[in-house]
Design a protein around this ligand. Structure first.
Ligand code: 9D3
Length: 233
């Protein structure tokens, strides 16, 4: 799988790709990543990527032309491969686990990250396949949402997780909130670990964990109980 990010801040992507599971997956050759800076596709001395909005108002917009040229360069770089262009935007559809699992089947994702007040609408109309949001709160740009999608997607690629990580993931993506977890010591600041977890009775432990998942889901996310259970893949 291949990711190409269009961003004014390419270094932001190091924050995820240099560490942990996402780094290990890169080392294992499970995906490729390239960041493209639209500033490199300008031809004026100031390397201008933004301008003021027609009609007035605060803030600046990203120019269509440098982004169009960047997309053309990516298209050339990929040769025949089919591009799917994602634009991260507050107006997009909120990202879900289900959509992450579907996007896994795309061979090449382009992650278009806006800054300032956004992007000239004509570029979006001409080049974007899908708009995604991370939720109803305001960020400063599309880079963090793009990184969130990459992280969510890369950990689903075959071979990205170790056996233990995979087993854990399988039992916990069932649409319920995870049960509580405990490690040593046995008693910490007067609080003991639930006895059943030390009983060695695996059936009792499994039942306790499931009951706790249901209890926490009902208390914290009752909305999850009213929709069909989510599948892992
Ligand atoms: C004043 C109107 N705002 C639109 C709701 C302007 C505006 C806010 C935030 C314009 C751009 C941005 C930058 N945000 C993103 O690029 C973004 C985002 C977000 O802010 N929240 C949740 N998901 C996303 S995905 C991209």
């Amino acid at each position: 799988m291949r990711f190409d990010a269009i961003t004014l801040f390419p270094e932001m992507f190091d924050a995820v790709l240099d560490y942990g599971i996402t780094r290990r997956a890169l080392d294992r050759g499970l995906y490729r990543f390239k960041a493209w800076n639209p500033r490199d596709f300008t031809d004026d001395p100031h390397r201008t990527v933004d301008d003021r909005p027609y009609g007035g108002g605060p803030g600046m917009l990203m120019l269509a032309e440098p982004l169009d040229r960047t997309l053309n360069a990516i298209q050339q770089d990929l040769a025949s491969e089919d591009l799917w262009v994602l634009h991260f935007s507050p107006r997009g559809r909120p990202l879900t686990h289900q959509r992450v699992m579907e996007l896994k089947d795309k061979p090449a994702l382009v992650l278009l990250c806006g800054r300032y007040e956004g992007i000239d609408e004509r570029l979006l109309q001409r080049r974007v396949d899908e708009e995604l949001s991370l939720g109803d709160f305001v960020l400063s740009g599309g880079e963090l949402p793009a990184l969130a999608l990459m992280d969510a997607l890369i950990r689903q690629l075959p071979g990205a997780l170790n056996d233990a990580e995979s087993a854990m993931q399988d039992s916990f993506t069932n649409g319920l909130i995870d049960c509580p977890h405990y490690t040593r010591p046995d008693v910490w600041q007067g609080m003991a670990v639930p006895e059943v977890l030390k009983s060695g009775n695996h059936a009792a432990i499994a039942k306790w964990r499931h009951d706790e998942s249901l209890r926490l889901t009902a208390a914290l996310r009752p909305d999850l109980l009213r929709q069909p259970q989510q599948e892992t893949d």
